[in-house]
Design a protein around this ligand. Sequence first.
Ligand code: AP5
Ligand code: MG
Length: 193
Amino acid sequence: MRLIFFGPPGAGKGTQAKRLEEMRGLKQLSTGDMLRAEIAANSAIGVDAKSYMDKGELVPDSVLVAMIEHCVKQPDCAKGFILDGFPRTIPQAEALDAMLARNSTPLDAVVEFQVDEEELFARVRNRAAQTRAEGKEVRSDDNEDVLKKRLDVYKAQTLPVLGYYQNKGMVRSVNGMKLVEDVSVDIDTLLGL
Ligand code: AP5
Ligand code: MG
């Protein structure tokens, strides 16, 4: 099964993708996690990406498309994958369609997480506080100012991607305001798992 998890920052895409990876063997492909790994490794991609991510802006499409193109061909994606945080622009969506068509591996569904803005701020605040309490490094974009920017970018550049997949009849929506466990049950139900 090949899926896209779609929604604003803090909606719960990563939380639910990890669970589906553990339960069903679908590979989670989180572009945010991949970019943070590049930053940690101090690679050329990481150094460049950091300048965008710290401001809440999107990293250029060419970088992300190459990253995903490489990943979907790996053996650990053979049982399927969950794209978490990709595509985030129309050119990314078009590039994804083209690469999946070339490989004859079409998408099964786009799962849209619906969460109120107030709740997104609360979740990101909680995560920052929890991470700090554990003595770990807080994500450089997990603060109120950068989250505001991430939400503006989401509305301007990423929401059109939802319309793109709605036109193809592929979007299934979940109420992401529920408890983590209840969102999981709803996702399983809508995917027929
Ligand atoms: P990325 O890492 O993708 O961040 P994001 O999607 O903006 O935000 P999150 O990862 O915080 O949201 P999430 O939906 O995964 O929620 P989570 O499960 O973590 O991207 C970071 C940056 O990288 C971008 O700004 C951009 O610069 C760059 N980038 C990445 N992809 C790109 C692309 N394709 N193109 C260009 N640039 C790209 O949950 C959040 C918190 O809420 C957690 O603490 C969690 O425990 C909690 N939580 C989850 N579910 C619930 C629930 N149901 N109830 C209560 N709390 C919950
Ligand atoms: Mg995430």
